[in-house]
Design a protein around this ligand. Structure first.
Ligand code: NAD
Length: 367
C-alpha cells in the first residue's frame, strides 16, 4: 500500500525499483548521470494518459539514492492526481537532482540536465521546485523547449506563488461554506503556518476580508513583516497544533498532520498550501473525518501554481489561469459533498474524481 512516510531502514530491503514502497505503476524512471558536471538525477514519469508528465525539478542533498528515488516516485505520482483533479491535460512527473543546491549546482550541470530532458522528446516537462530557480529554467530552455517557469522576459508565466495562494484562498472559502454555511471568512480565526511566498499572499487575502489572522514562522523577520504590513497577529501559544482557532492553514512544510499532532487539533477546517499535509493519507484522513475536521485536500487547493505554468504550454493568459484557479472553489465543494455522501475522506473523494478522469481518457483513446 502507498504510504507517504518511509523509514530509511525500510528502503534498502525492498527490490531496487518496482519493489519500492513509493512505486505505484510508474511508466518510466530515468537515471541521468554526467561525470564532467557531477550531475546525478532521476526523472520519474508516473502517468501520461492525460498528457505530458509535468512537474518540477527538486535539488536536494539526499542521504542516499534510495531516498532520492522514493522522493521522485512519490512526488511524480502526486503530480498525476494534482493535474487530473485540476482538469489539466497533463500527466504526472517530477525530477530530482542529488546534491546541495547551494554548493553543487552549476550552469553546466543544469544545461546537461536539460539535454537529458530533451532526450525524452517532450514526454517529461520540467519546472522549478525546491532547490531550483527561474534562472535554472532559463538555462534548461537554452537546450530544450520542454521546460516551464522560465522568465517572463522569455515568455514564461512568472512567479506561480500568488496564483497558488489564490487557489488556497478559494479552497478555504469553499471549506468554510461547507462547514459554516457561509464562505465569508470575516471574523473567522485562521492560523497561517509559514509566511513565505504563498503564505504572505494568502494572509493579504484573509486580512482584506477581515479574518482574524494568526501567523507563525521560524523566520522571526518574516513574521514581523506580516504583522506590520497586514495587521496579522503573531501566534504566541505553546503549541500551534492545539491552537483554539477555526481554520489551520499549513503553508510551510508537509506531514504536519501526523500521529503526534492529530489528536490535539481543535480547528474545524484545514486548508493550506503545503504538499503532503497528511503524514499518512489513509490513516490521518480518516481520523480527521471521524473528528469532524474538514480537510481541503492539499493537492487540489494548491494547484494554482501548476495551472499557472500550464498556461505556458496551453497558450492561455494570466486572466484565464486565474479563472481556472478560481474553479478550485467549485471542485472543493464537490469533493466535500461526495465525501459526505459516500462516507469517505475528502482525500479519497478527490483521488476518485482524479482517477475517474484518467480512466475515462484511457478508455476514449483505446477506442
Ligand atoms: P517559502 O519557502 O517561500 O515559504 C515557506 C515559509 O515557511 C518560510 O517563511 C519559512 O521560514 C517557513 N517555515 C519553514 N519551516 C517552518 C516551521 N517549522 N514553522 C513555521 N514556519 C516555517 O515556500 P512557499 O513557496 O511559500 O510554499 C509554501 C508551501 O506550499 C511549501 O510546502 C510548498 O511546497 C507548497 N507549495 C507551494 C507552491 C508555490 O507556488 N509556491 C505550489 C504548491 C505547493
Amino acid at each position: 500500500m502507498y504510504t507517504d512516510v518511509i523509514k530509511a531502514s525500510e528502503l534498502i530491503k525492498a527490490d531496487p525499483l518496482f519493489g519500492q514502497t513509493s512505486f505505484d505503476n510508474h511508466e518510466q524512471v530515468v537515471f541521468c548521470h554526467d561525470k564532467d558536471t557531477g550531475l546525478k538525477a532521476i526523472i520519474g514519469i508516473h502517468n501520461t494518459v492525460l498528457g505530458p508528465a509535468l512537474g518540477g525539478t527538486r535539488m536536494w542533498n539526499y542521504t542516499n539514492e534510495w531516498e532520492a528515488l522514493n522522493d521522485v516516485l512519490r512526488l511524480s505520482r502526486g503530480m498525476t492526481y494534482k493535474s487530473a483533479i485540476s482538469g489539466l491535460n497533463l500527466g504526472g512527473g517530477k525530477a530530482v537532482i542529488i546534491g546541495d543546491a547551494k554548493a553543487d549546482k552549476t550552469p553546466a550541470m543544469m544545461k546537461r540536465f536539460g539535454e537529458f530532458i530533451h532526450s525524452l522528446s517532450g514526454k517529461y516537462i520540467t519546472a522549478e521546485d525546491v532547490g531550483t530557480t527561474t534562472p535554472d529554467m532559463d538555462i534548461i530552455r537554452d537546450v530544450t523547449p520542454y521546460v516551464t517557469g522560465i522568465s517572463e522576459s522569455r515568455g514564461g508565466s512568472g512567479n506561480p506563488s500568488p496564483v497558488t495562494a489564490y487557489g488556497v484562498y478559494m479552497g478555504m472559502k469553499a471549506a468554510a461554506m461547507h462547514r459554516f454555511g457561509t464562505d465569508s471568512l470575516a471574523g473567522k480565526s485562521v492560523l497561517v503556518q509559514g509566511t513565505g511566498h504563498v503564505g504572505e499572499t494568502l494572509i493579504s487575502y484573509l486580512t482584506k476580508e477581515d479574518a482574524k489572522v494568526y501567523v507563525t514562522d521560524i523566520n522571526e523577520e518574516r513574521m514581523q513583516l506580516m504583522v506590520t504590513t497586514y495587521g496579522a497577529i503573531p501566534f504566541t501559544g505553546d503549541d500551534i497544533y492545539s491552537a483554539d482557532v477555526d481554520i489551520y492553514a499549513p503553508c510551510a512544510l508537509g506531514a504536519t498532520i501526523n500521529d503526534d499532532t492529530i489528536q490535539k487539533l481543535k480547528v474545524k477546517v484545514i486548508a493550506g498550501a503545503a504538499n503532503n499535509q497528511l503524514a499518512n493519507e489513509a490513516t490521518h484522513g480518516r481520523i480527521l473525518m471521524e473528528r469532524g475536521i474538514h480537510y481541503a485536500p492539499d493537492f487540489l487547493i494548491n494547484a494554482g501554481g501548476i495551472i499557472n505554468v500550464y498556461s505556458e504550454i496551453a497558450g492561455y493568459d494570466k486572466a484565464e489561469a486565474l479563472k481556472k484557479t478560481e474553479n478550485i472553489y467549485n471542485t472543493t465543494l464537490e469533493i466535500f459533498n461526495l465525501a459526505e455522501l459516500n462516507n469517505i475522506t475528502t482525500q479519497q473523494a478527490a483521488m476518485s474524481i482524479a482517477q475517474k478522469r484518467i480512466d475515462e481518457r484511457k478508455k476514449e483513446t483505446a477506442k
